[in-house]
Design a protein around this ligand. Sequence first.
Ligand code: ADP
Ligand code: MG
Length: 402
Amino acid sequence: MSIVSVNNLTKIFGPEPQRALDLLAQGWSKKKIYEQTKHTVGVNRVSFDIEEGEIFVIMGLSGSGKSTLIRLLNRLIEPTSGDILYQNQNIVKMNAAELRSFRRRRMAMVFQKFALFPHRTILRNVEYGLEIRGVSAKKRQEKARSSLALVGLDGWENSYPDQLSGGMQQRVGLARALANEPDILLMDEAFSALDPLIRKDMQDELLDLQEKMKKTIIFITHDLNEALRIGDKIALLRDGSIVQIGTPEEILINPANRYVEKFVEDVDLSKVLTAAHVMRRPETIGPDRGPRVALQLMRDSGISNLYLVDKSRRLLGAISAEDASAAIKENKTLLAIATRDVPTVRPDLRLNELFDVVSATPIPVAVTDESNRLLGIIVRGAVLAALTGNAEHINVEGDADA
Ligand code: ADP
Ligand code: MG
């Protein structure tokens, strides 16, 4: 079940939003509505579901509505229309007290320029949220210490913010949000101000943290690479509307329209796509079959190699049509004639590395898991087709049945 469910959420900035809302319903664009009414469409009839434990990335250019959308979710900005369900409670209907408690305990915001108090130690900065909630000193120190440890800042409790680097300060902001133990973290361009290397470290740390804590994270960025790196799902915003929602792969491989295509066209597919994306279903045969059956199978399906697998689909070898013919004459078993040196790769091998393996072998490369089970095969043409962006040749879900 989704933890957050957003339905038709809209924000119009201006004194008479109803009129702009009507015009939106009539199909007017954000630009035209602004020209005619001086009302700004911040977010335009947006709907999506967020699953518990996922990193949901909202991506878009500056002014596309990202900050407005994330602030609508905890009503730092009041919606003009639409619903936001959190575990079936409608956030839009909450009174002030319910909303305060919701923001503290359920959805905590990690700000980009988190205002750390310069005169407070790191520990006391992290305690702050608990302090205003009236949590006892002992309890809040305990929680603050453990959330500092989570972000790798144990030992820095008694330092002051100006003694820490930018990346470390950002972690304090994260620890402060974590100390409240919210179900959902909201992060609005939280890493955008960091320089690239530190930023990559922070992304890795967030992924680690996610692995450990299984928090639901709603993460805003204008950076496609950041979105692709950390997102389980990405929603791409343009002029306040969602143009596409999908996994990073779906967005890269099946862009919904020309706009998304333009957005992703500079991504190097060979570094994103893996063997699983281009593998095909192999024709297999068991070792208890004879060479005649093997030959017949190859003729029927118009192929020149069969993969020999045991009952658990573990790869035993490959058989060519010539091998099978010879085996018939010499009265040998498939196991006896099979080639053992089939080149194999793992499903997560990137295409840029796969390319060398594929071009060096006469038989299709086998894709196997850790137990040597055959998952698929890679035919040479499929790699090239995928790299030239031919989506028909890519398995979006990574299965070989395409
Ligand atoms: P992003 O975070 O993607 O850069 P924003 O959500 O800040 O975009 O802005 C979305 C749109 O809403 C922009 O056109 C912006 O000018 C407008 N906007 C944001 N906040 C306000 C506001 N308080 N009053 C009027 N317009 C606003
Ligand atoms: Mg913004």
